[in-house]
Design a protein around this ligand. Sequence first.
Ligand SMILES: Cc1cc2nc3c(=O)[nH]c(=O)nc-3n(C[C@H](O)[C@H](O)[C@H](O)COP(=O)(O)OP(=O)(O)OC[C@H]3O[C@@H](n4cnc5c(N)ncnc54)[C@H](O)[C@@H]3O)c2cc1C
Length: 383
Amino acid sequence: MRNEYDVVVIGAGSIGVPLSYFLGKKGFKSLVIDSKASPGQGSNKAAIGGIRATHSSPAKIIIGLKSLDIFRNWEQETGDDIEYYQGGYAFITYQEEDRKSLKELIKFQQQFGLKIDFYEKDEILKIIPALNSEGLLGGTYSPEDGSASPLLSIESFYKNARKYGVEFRFNEKVESFNTKDGKIESVKTDRGTYYGKIFVNAAGGDAARVADLAGVKIPVMPDSHEGGVTEPVSRFVEPMIVDIKPEKGSKNFYFYQHKTGQIIFCLTPDPPIWGDDTRETSSFLPLVARRMVKVMPKLHYIRVRRTWRGLYPMTPDGNPIVGYKGYSNFFQLVGMCGQGFMLGPGLGYYISEYLEGKKYEEIETILKEFDPDRKFEAEELLK
Ligand SMILES: Cc1cc2nc3c(=O)[nH]c(=O)nc-3n(C[C@H](O)[C@H](O)[C@H](O)COP(=O)(O)OP(=O)(O)OC[C@H]3O[C@@H](n4cnc5c(N)ncnc54)[C@H](O)[C@@H]3O)c2cc1C
């Protein structure tokens, strides 16, 4: 007997697992295939857990708002604690030009009803007293953004997807596609062949390689970023703090205090480190620690427990790729860059609606902005 599914999802990561949850909830017969041993073993487990709706593009704002809604209500809906914490986000600035661009961006964000404002130095210090006040010009603060544990979240999405009948196959690598009459008919792994009506590429940093197996070209290139975590301490900082000022060796960096007390941090290397090497470097911690202590001197007293390195599945314009490409039933849900964890649930929700045949304004905005055939010219401001 053939293994037949409505939807076959390739990749049990930040994107594939929440999507499968919503597909399962709608009654689709779905299969998720991953080459690794359990859900979230790709980039998902490297994410530090930031979730925001305060983006600079309409589609990301729409998805971000939906994701926040899902994360916020998750425990109530499923009974699972994913360590969601609504501490907000703050983009702080020590440079006049950043202050100007953040103020400009806020006007756009407020049009979407996002709760965000710019706070001058004295006001932002009331919100984040531990900030270094020397040279501080102020910052944005959006109290409705937050954070959650990427590990607990994916585990819970996985568990609940299975409750709705979604099947998962781990330790199986997708190796080829069989096509017929302009459609993908089945996917072949090293252990079996699976037939489906729709195939979703959610392969993260490997998305271009997976698409290529069907002869489809998509511009997703992984680059590596490192993160780290400290010992837990009593709460002393509420929002995720993002410093967008570039310095030698790095662009922005960001950190927050997790619900359980640890400071979790990350940095964008400059120049980018292309490729899929995930071995930690010895240069990351001294670089990020220096920058963090500069903006928040108190951090000097907290011990770092561990660092790690993972991949951002990057696209040329820093925006995801969402839509059919190459074959009328080959859906791309890829190129999440540094935001796949926060986009996953919202995107999963809207795309499950779309695959069910629905099309409304939010879905149209997402499909238009993230069209696989766009020119990739614009660059997202806060990617
Ligand atoms: C240090 C760091 C910090 C980050 N912090 C944040 C953050 O705070 N907030 C945020 O939103 N994002 C963050 N990110 C980004 C986020 O981790 C990624 O955008 C996201 O995980 C990508 O999701 P994905 O589902 O596309 O890929 P993944 O989660 O990597 O899932 C893809 C899956 O596809 C599988 N796969 C690939 N090829 C095949 C194949 N041939 N056959 C079968 N399976 C296959 C892989 O094994 C993998 O499990 C961070 C990333 C890093 C590295």
